[in-house]
Design a protein around this ligand. Structure first.
Ligand code: G6P
Length: 618
């Protein structure tokens, strides 16, 4: 989620600061709430860092100006996870003596225990980050063993979690050490001259196309123009690694080889879900307790986040057994001005945490009912919403660049599901065994989506080609899948400029059905839940009037499959556990449909007409 970059060179005329600055600019899409650059010269580390966007910080601090003759630099652009986006929390982080510097992409899960241990040994910390424990752990190891490579390896072996790390030491003028586990790390080489490391290839692509991709638990010692690789558990025997030649353009490389950010972000959904599944239990539990204690509960949001709220409301009420109202944030005040009660709980949900109508809604609620509690789910640490909230949960989607929200939607619904299961644990209305089955279904969501991607993309492209001439669509569903119909429909509107009515299949007979003529396309979202049999009835109403029926069903579906012109099969079981989480596993099909429909109509899916990623006007 953060971007890291390092360079070590022996070239006399090299401007290390300029290269580091340009390189993290190319990584800014990975995170942009703070940044920092460090250079090493004459056994000293020079650090410039602050909160804000790279260009703003550069104006203040001249990020490209470091001592002449410096041949080593580390640079970082941050996406805050632990600790708000402030100067102190920006990377690099240093040890007590300001000798060892670390930049990090990932999360050290056991940092609280490690920090306690280090504090008891006399180390002092400046930041709230998980990262800062690493330079101190290395410092501690170097007290007994002066070998930097071994000290790094021993320190890292104590850390649990995910990391792409670049490390340097003031007394080792020509060395960067990199280590990787779960977070990406790539080494680029200009043979005999300069070596680079980065969390993504575009960072060094203007300088070299030769690179090594680190695997989990690998470490590399980088010196000017060379790199030596080791297994973290065997630092004595260097490993052979194969060099790779990168053929992408810089633009393609930023998108990880995908043509558009939207497509990249759809394909990132499994990893975004896996990260979100690791949200600490105590914050989920806190939310569950607050929700359980409330008399009146509202969820409020805009756009895609509102549709996540509709799915979330459904999942939470199943275990809560209490009514929750979901209200679009732009209507929140108008609808509740006469009825918002004392001690209400407002769950505010927003990818950006900056949508102005949402900020206004929560501000108004707090002013009007100071006893109301705002608990928020957002993707952005330090956003305005977090500052107006009593409690927050950060979804772990990572930066989303495509204007149409995709991976953030699935992580929002997953977060609601995780809160719902915490509620189930507290109410004890369901047995432990039953709750575990829901968890198992939830844990299988990333894999289901991966399997879906493996088999279905050509089918989606085929459907898009067949529907090329259609300007209007219905996306119909019942129960929880109405959220999927609305969100899937929104995607097609946003990026492919088609009109879609995402609607209740039952309610559609009260008016919308009058539009149906021969060939009118209707997409039915049809997991085999308690609404399935009735949905068949609705499907027949549309089929008998000439509608072209495309259905989203589970793998072994037969009834709806036999009635449909085309089916898209989601590779998951049709049991009640998986059905409850179908808003997560069914939506990628509709996101891909929208994406390929945009391409079919020569539209840029990353830049939909008239839309903005973050709406800060009323
Ligand atoms: C805009 C974006 C949508 C987004 C909505 C809410 O309309 O184009 O993609 O869903 O704002 O944004 P939020 O950041 O609050 O989730």
């Amino acid at each position: 989620m953060c971007g890291i970059f390092g360079i070590v060179s022996n070239q006399k005329s090299i401007n290390i600061g300029k290269i580091a600055l340009e390189s993290i600019r190319r990584l800014e899409y990975r995170g942009y709430d703070s940044c920092g650059i460090l250079s090493q010269y004459n056994s000293k580390l020079f650090v410039k860092k602050d909160a804000g966007k790279i260009d703003d910080i550069h104006k203040k601090l001249k990020l490209d100006e470091f001592p002449n003759g410096s041949k080593l630099a580390l640079a970082h652009t941050r996406w805050a996870t632990h600790g708000s986006p402030t100067k102190i929390n920006s990377h690099p982080h240093l040890d007590c003596e300001d000798k060892i510097a670390v930049i990090h992409n990932g999360i050290i899960e056991n940092f609280i225990e490690l920090k306690k241990e280090l504090l008891s040994k006399g180390h002092f910390f400046k930041s709230e980050t998980d990262t800062e424990i690493i330079p101190h752990l290395i410092e501690e190891n170097m007290k007994t063993n002066k070998n930097l490579k071994e000290a790094v390896a021993n320190a890292i072996k104590k850390c649990k979690g995910a990391y792409g790390l670049a490390i340097c030491h003031a007394d080792y003028p020509d060395t960067i050490i990199v280590v990787r586990r779960e977070s990406p790390l790539i080494v680029g080489i200009e043979e005999g001259k300069t070596t680079y490391c980065a969390s993504d290839i575009p960072a060094f692509l203007p300088y070299t196309r030769n690179c090594y991709i680190l695997e989990d638990n690998e470490m590399a010692i980088l010196k000017a123009g060379t790199a030596e690789f080791y297994d973290i558990n065997d630092c004595d025997n260097p490993k052979q690694k194969e060099i790779q030649l990168i053929k992408w353009s810089i633009d393609a490389a930023e998108k990880g080889g995908y043509e558009h950010f939207m497509l990249k972000e759809i394909y990132e959904e499994p990893s975004a879900l896996r990260r979100t599944l690791k949200i600490p239990n105590d914050s989920l539990n806190k939310f569950a307790e607050i929700i359980l204690s409330a008399e009146r509960i509202y969820i409020t949001a805009a756009g895609t986040s509102f549709y996540a709220a509709l799915a979330g409301k459904f999942i939470i009420t199943k275990f809560l057994g209490k009514y929750i109202e979901a209200i679009e944030c732009s209507e929140f005040k108008t609808q509740l001005i006469n009825s918002l009660e004392e001690n209400s709980i407002i769950i505010a949900i927003s990818q950006s945490g900056e949508t102005i109508d949402l900020i206004e809604a929560v501000r108004w609620a707090k002013e009007y009912r100071p006893s109301a509690k705002i608990i928020s789910i957002t993707n952005i640490v330090g956003s305005t919403l977090t500052r107006h909230s009593d409690n927050i949960i950060i979804t772990q989607a990572g930066p989303e660049i495509g204007v149409a929200a995709t991976k953030t939607y699935v992580t929002q619904v997953l977060t609601f599901a995780l809160i719902a299961l915490e509620i189930a644990k507290l109410t004890k209305n369901e047995s432990q065994e039953e709750i575990q089955k829901y968890y198992n279904a939830l844990y299988s969501t990333p894999e289901i989506i991966e399997k879906f991607f493996e088999k279905n993309v050509e089918l989606i492209k085929y459907i898009v080609r067949n529907l090329e001439k259609n300007l209007n669509f219905f996306f119909l569903a019942r129960g929880i899948s109405i959220a999927t119909a609305k969100e899937g429909g929104l995607k097609l509107k946003e990026v492919a400029c088609r009109f879609v009515e995402g609607y209740s299949a039952a309610h559609a007979k009260h008016g919308p059905i009058s539009l149906i003529r021969e060939g009118y396309p209707i997409i039915f979202i049809a997991p085999p839940d308690e609404t399935y049999e009735r949905l068949i009835g609705n499907l027949m109403e549309f089929k008998s009037r000439g509608g072209t029926i495309i259905s989203l069903v589970v793998e072994d579906d037969d009834k709806i499959t036999n009635l449909s012109d085309t089916t898209i099969r989601i590779p998951q079981p049709g049991d009640k556990y998986h059905n409850l989480f179908s808003p997560i596993t069914f939506i990628p099909a509709l996101q891909l449909l929208a994406y390929y429909a945009a391409l079919e109509h020569n539209l840029d899916p990353d830049k939909p007409l008239n839309l903005a990623k973050t709406v800060t006007v009323h």
